[in-house]
Design a protein around this ligand. Structure first.
Ligand SMILES: Nc1ncnc2c1ncn2[C@@H]1O[C@H](COP(=O)(O)OP(=O)(O)OP(=O)(O)O)[C@@H](O)[C@H]1O
Ligand SMILES: [Mg+2]
Length: 205
C-alpha cells in the first residue's frame, strides 16, 4: 500500500509539473474565475491560501485581488510539525523555510481556528473528498482538531487542483482530514453539507 501511495504521488506530481505554461496560465485563470463565481470572497472571510510550489496551481490572482480590496490573506508557516498562518499582502517580503517554500517574515501567527476558509494545495483527490498531500502530514496534523466531537467551529477546507489530479479512490488513513470541496479549472465539486450551504455552484462536473 505504502509503495502504491508513493508511486501515485510521483505520477501525479509529474503530471502536474508537466502542464504546458500556456495551459497552466489558462487553468489558473479559470480557477480564479470559479473562485469568484462561488461567492467565496463576498463575505468578510479570513482566507488562507498558499504560494504555488512543485507545479501546484497558482492562486496569485486571488492574493492580488484580495490586496486590491485591501484585505490580507494568510499563508502557512512551519511551526514545529504543524502549520500556523501569517498575514500576507501581495509583494510583502518572504523568506524560504527548510523546504525552500517562501513564508511571510512577520512574527504575527494565527491558529487555523481563527480562519474561515483554507485554500489548500494537494497532490491528489478522489470522488469523496479524500486528499493526498506531499506526504509530510503537516495539514493533517494542523487540522486534527476538526475531528474532535467538541469542535464547533472550523474553517472550510477547499482543495485547489487541476482536474487531472483526481484519482479513482484514495485509501483514507485515520489521520487524513477530508476536504469540504475541490476547485479545479472545471469548477467546484462539493463533498460536504457545509460547503454546499456556503458556496454557490459554478460549472458542474
Ligand atoms: N494527526 C497526526 N498525528 C500524528 N501524526 C500524523 C498526523 N497526521 C499525519 N501524521 C503523520 O504524517 C505522515 C504523513 O501523512 P500523510 O501521508 O497523510 O501526508 P499528506 O496528507 O500527504 O501531507 P500533508 O498533510 O502535509 O498535505 C503520516 O505517516 C503520519 O505518521
Ligand atoms: Mg494525509
Amino acid at each position: 500500500m505504502q509503495q502504491s501511495i508513493s508511486s501515485t504521488r510521483l505520477r501525479l506530481r509529474k503530471s502536474r509539473n508537466d502542464i504546458h505554461p500556456t495551459t497552466r496560465r489558462r487553468y489558473n485563470r479559470l480557477i480564479h474565475q470559479h473562485l469568484l463565481a462561488s461567492g467565496l470572497f463576498n463575505r468578510n472571510a479570513r482566507i488562507a491560501g498558499y504560494l504555488a510550489n512543485d507545479g501546484e496551481p497558482s492562486i496569485d490572482l486571488m492574493i492580488q485581488s484580495q490586496h486590491k480590496a485591501n484585505r490580507a490573506v494568510y499563508l502557512p508557516a512551519l511551526r514545529k510539525q504543524q502549520l500556523s498562518f501569517k498575514p500576507y499582502r501581495f509583494n510583502d517580503r518572504l523568506m524560504n523555510n527548510k523546504f525552500n517554500i517562501p513564508e511571510p517574515i512577520g512574527h504575527q501567527c494565527f491558529s487555523p481556528k481563527y480562519l474561515n476558509i483554507i485554500l489548500m494545495p494537494l497532490v491528489g483527490f478522489d470522488e469523496h473528498g479524500n486528499r493526498l498531500g506531499m506526504g509530510g502530514g503537516f495539514y493533517d496534523r494542523t487540522l486534527r482538531f476538526t475531528l474532535r466531537a467538541s469542535c464547533k467551529k472550523r474553517p472550510l477546507l477547499i482543495g485547489i487542483a487541476y482536474s487531472q489530479q483526481k484519482v479513482a479512490k484514495l485509501h483514507k488513513q485515520a489521520w487524513d482530514i477530508p476536504l469540504d470541496a475541490v476547485m479545479t479549472e472545471q469548477g467546484l465539486q462539493c463533498f460536504s453539507i457545509k460547503s454546499q450551504s456556503l458556496l454557490r455552484p459554478t460549472t458542474r462536473y
